[in-house]
Write a protein that binds this ligand. Sequence first.
Ligand SMILES: Cc1cc2nc3c(=O)[nH]c(=O)nc-3n(C[C@H](O)[C@H](O)[C@H](O)COP(=O)(O)OP(=O)(O)OC[C@H]3O[C@@H](n4cnc5c(N)ncnc54)[C@H](O)[C@@H]3O)c2cc1C
Ligand SMILES: Cc1cc2nc3c(=O)[nH]c(=O)nc-3n(C[C@H](O)[C@H](O)[C@H](O)COP(=O)(O)O)c2cc1C
Ligand code: SF4
Length: 662
Amino acid sequence: MKLLSPVRIGQMELKNRVVMPAMHLGYCKDGFVTNKLIEFYRARARGGVGLIIVGGCTIDDQGYGNMIKIDDDKYIPGLAELVNAVHEEGGKIAAQLFQPGRYSYSFLMGIQPVAPSPIPSKLTRQMPRELTTDEVKDIVNSFGRSAVRAKKAGFDTVEVIGSAGYLVSQFLSPVTNRRQDEYGGHFENRMRFGLEVAQNIREAVGPDYPVMFRVGGNDFMPGGNTNREIAVFCKRLEEAGVDAFNVTGGWHETAVPQITMAAPRGAFAYLARGVKEAVNVPVIACNRINDPILAEEILANDMADLVGMARAMIADQDLVNKAAEGRFAEIRKCIGCNQGCLDAVFTMKPVGCLVNAGAGRELEDVFRPAAQIKKVLVVGGGPGGMEAARVAAERGHSVTLWEKGNRLGGQLNIAAEPPGRSEFATFVEYLSSELYRLGVAVELGKEANENNIKAFGPDAVVMATGAAPVTPPIDGVGSPNVCQAWDVLGGKSATGRRVVIIGGGAVGCEAALMLAGKGVINAETFHFLALNNAESWETLKELATRGIKDITVIEMQKTVGADIGVSSRWVILQEMQRFGVKMLTGAKAKKINDKGVILDVAGKEEIIEADTILLAVGSQSVSELSERIKESFPEVYMVGDAVAPRKALDAVHQGYLAGKVL
Ligand SMILES: Cc1cc2nc3c(=O)[nH]c(=O)nc-3n(C[C@H](O)[C@H](O)[C@H](O)COP(=O)(O)OP(=O)(O)OC[C@H]3O[C@@H](n4cnc5c(N)ncnc54)[C@H](O)[C@@H]3O)c2cc1C
Ligand SMILES: Cc1cc2nc3c(=O)[nH]c(=O)nc-3n(C[C@H](O)[C@H](O)[C@H](O)COP(=O)(O)O)c2cc1C
Ligand code: SF4
């Protein structure tokens, strides 16, 4: 594979073309490197990744809590330990030099954010202070000084963050740069800050030390820079001594989803191609590249010279080695859910992963082989049960899994149905194939009860029986025009044209999106009509978003989608609006009849006419059997929604822990 062939960035030789881009993990303490951080990256280096970029590393007093700091020599010894760990495993490592500008938070850092111009950010809702010309020059010097520290700590290269709407991109963009001095005005002046940063670093580290620059391939901001301007900027940076470009997507403030499941895999590789066509140094393509086969395709098509696989490396630290050994089915792909990673950053928690419960736990002894081989029965083939079975089998136990339905996956099978959510099926596919590889005896269509469990005679039982949807006590709920959202998502119930969904949580929103897509043109038709100029852009957009159904979501609370993670929620709500789904909050369903739903809205009665009413008001644990068998066996573990209805992340993590302690 080209992916696994060596490549040079300046004087640095990489053993393969897989780069793990920088991710703020929240593992540091007061800016110092911790053992948790070291072991996290050691595992990724051992797993074969060619270049690990760590950070962002803050170069001055702006940033967020728990970031790696590189603004003082006192951090060098800890950074050197991190570097050594990666080198010991045969990897190369870069420090990303980070200055957030107006994306910093005063309540975290205790100081007002600074920026080219005092323009508030939609992301942080903070008003930054305009930098003086002298302060701009100071920051340029801070980049250079930090690069020298990185070199002293042994990093193989440094990368400047010039993407995502951080300080360098704020200078470059006319949207955020209204300065009157030599750093503002026309494009040449707006490039000056980034170019001076590159020149300053080059002078500080010497001619032979590799320097990389991360750029957003397109700001995706109205009035902002496009791939065309970014390509010109990169050309100039190359002349200033930059050895490689790491091309990601747009700004954090953009309305274009960058890394959620809704963004197609590899969707932004074209941005790297635009830069590659302008420069002569290696270019890295990024975002939603979660599969080495896709990565290979990007390289084979000359879209880029290397690929960035950031979350893919959280999800599977051994991805590169597995690819090298041809074990493609064993790769646990990142599904782009952001639930364990980016959502954690937004809530100031350390990063973890939905599909890889071991991520962030590298310090612990993960898979100690079983001291005594047990006959383990797992009841339930949802994500919780499958993960428990996987881990138990990996440790050497003899594992049987019973699933009463006719396929594995549990609720994830229906979670994967709405548009843009299909990656959940990728995870089910992975777990299913691992159970097969590990020799777990999977029996489908087998419903566990007290008697057959006793007859089976297990040493340990994992109860992962999940949850079932709740039927609320609403007058008329038993009418023939009412059904569960789960059944519609699962293809078991049909709906009429006018649909009311009672409950605006994740399930209600996702059911709404699935139904809203009925009757819109598909991607192939869209492409065909667009290329042939058959319809105007406005008509095409309408055809792609106006389905045949009239959908209303009603929610008692003030907000819709309150249980969806912060980094995905806005994308789902944006899609609902785009597809014309009506959302009514503060509305309580009182009664259902053959005409529709009667609501209580702030004490006033309203009726919404509907042909079908979907229930999406939550779920309840399926736990009676667990309660009954608890006392009959020495080891009974309950995991996932059977304990309390929550999320797949909880089910997987509990399954993992049960599999570990058996
Ligand atoms: C539409 C929808 C969207 C969702 N979206 C998300 C999301 O975006 N992110 C997220 O993290 N979570 C999401 N969830 C929730 C997530 O899917 C669940 O939290 C997760 O599947 C729980 O896993 P589990 O293994 O505990 O149970 P389940 O997935 O419910 O699996 C339990 C399994 O046990 C089987 N079973 C039950 N009783 C027996 C028995 N006696 N014998 C044999 N088998 C039995 C059932 O048939 C089922 O297959 C969503 C759920 C739905 C319905
Ligand atoms: C938890 C998290 C933290 C991130 N922190 C940074 C960062 O500090 N610097 C940066 O350039 N990009 C950061 N990113 C963006 C990633 O480097 C990467 O571009 C993005 O996740 C898309 O690539 P992927 O689909 O391969 O994960 C972060 C992403 C995540 C999920
Ligand atoms: S939590 Fe989700 S998005 Fe984040 S690395 Fe894991 S699978 Fe990928």
